[in-house]
Design a protein around this ligand. Sequence first.
Ligand code: ADP
Ligand code: MG
Length: 157
Amino acid sequence: MKSLDLTAYGEDAMVALGQRIGRALPVGVIYLEGNLGAGKTTLTRGVLNSRGHSGAVKSPTYTLVEPYEFDSGPVYHFDLYRLGDPEELEYMGIRDYFAGPALCLVEWPARGQGVLPRPDLQVKVGVVNDAALGIGRTIALIAQTPAGVAALAEIAD
Ligand code: ADP
Ligand code: MG
């Protein structure tokens, strides 16, 4: 399976989907794409929940990355919205974050084009307004590696 189209109505459903993603891909790289307010950080909160983090998740808009340490290994949450030049990522030692067995979540990956490694999973979030269900989100999951394909199969299960 190469792609999976899902919907989530409400924040709780979004967090639950993030938990499923977090369980399905123990290590690797996830790109989170979508406009401001799409729900990228909410999805990240679900992923972190699946590892045992129950607190809030702050957007690392100015620091670019927020590290989390778990028994299962590190999770790095990037938000590249304010990144001026992909070269800044070289200065912050971006390669070290992606070198080890970690799970890396990247909001606004297009800002780091040319420096970031390719993702296992590409996640595209959009807004949907359904007459019956209200306002929710469309989530397109696209596998870009064999690990991503395996993760998709588990998420769809
Ligand atoms: P982003 O990181 O993409 O800018 P956030 O994760 O901060 O977006 O979410 C912005 C808002 O969207 C939050 O108020 C959140 O509660 C809401 N939201 C997220 N996912 C959903 C969803 N599936 N349905 C409805 N509202 C959602
Ligand atoms: Mg965000």
